[in-house]
Design a protein around this ligand. Sequence first.
Ligand SMILES: Cc1ncc(COP(=O)(O)O)c(C=O)c1O
Length: 402
Amino acid sequence: MIWYPYEQMKTMKAPYKIIDAEGVWLKTEDKAMIDSVSSWWSVIHGYKHPALNEAIKSQVDRFAHVMLGGLTHEPVQKLSAKLREFLPGDLDYCFFSDSGSVAVEVALKMALQYYVNRGELARTKVLSLTHAYHGDTFKTMEVGDDEDYHFILEAYGEKKDVIHIPTQIPALEEAFERYHKELNCFIVEPLLQGAGGMRMYDVAFLKRARELCDTYGVLLIFDEVATGFGRTGNRFVADLVLPDILVLGKALTGGYIGHAVTVANHKVYDGFYADDPNKALMHGPTFMGNALACSVALASVEVFEQEDYMSRIRRIEAITRREMEGFADPRIKEVRIMGGCVCVEVHDADTLKGYQQFAYERGVFSRPFLKYLYAMVPYIISEEELVKVLGTMKEWFRVNPA
Ligand SMILES: Cc1ncc(COP(=O)(O)O)c(C=O)c1O
């Protein structure tokens, strides 16, 4: 039996069984549908991309995997060299892992140990955002503030080592003023908070955060697992404001294989670089730097660059703005658009009940959650396909009068 994610198994409806996938299309036995969520925001090149398929096929004939403990190989070397050139500033040191959650854990562990290595033992707290989502492992749940994880609070009563603030500059300044001696890091999903409700905020907040982190010697972590590789309309938000640690996942491999990376700048790396073995980073997921994952990730970054994906994303945003212009309904609280993300927030979650099946019947796969109906399409989508995704969202409100 399969235990499915985020589901009450007793009441869940049967999932759609996919038998093939190509471009933006998912195919079931009797239906083709556009994947409007890019398989949890990862499949940016669509399915069965020739260059990505080829990268995996040629690597698998050499070897699929060897561990990085005491061994290394060309795909991981080439990928880390490519990321060094592709990422902004001095984000040069790549620590690979097998999922976004683990990569965030690594970032949080790096930040804590960075200060322990310096003998600053009071810096045990993490500053984080309200509505944050950073993954499903224990520390990431603690740092997160996702509505679906409130059982943690029910069980433990409080989160001791995490302070949550809204994305407002006065709250940020106040938190730094009050807690700066105890903070090791400030972690954010920059500009776009995904699973917490596709919430968008201004870059001015991040610029001020950078200043305060510099003033008080606190590390700034950008969790760009969801926002990285163009989703916000920037290659990385790190191109606008430079963090000390950057976390990438999801689209890193074009959605082909679970893999992620925690990228540290020189300052953080130097904090571990010593003769003392106790100052080393003691972490090592079995599948870190997996050769198939690194090969496909390298191909993914190359396609992203060579095919000018940033202009594709600008086009997706322009079409989305045009199509959603003037779209309103009393049940809708707000329509938000940023880069390759559009979100229709409704007042009452019941408004979206039945939408998934409605969309399926019209050839669109969608997965609304809570009060959020959203699309994060693969970047290779055609105008016609994108108009169909957005048209299906609008049609739902038209054919189901309030
Ligand atoms: C911002 C952010 N961080 C971390 C994660 C966790 O990534 P994974 O599901 O690969 O563990 C996610 C997943 O949605 C995410 O959106």
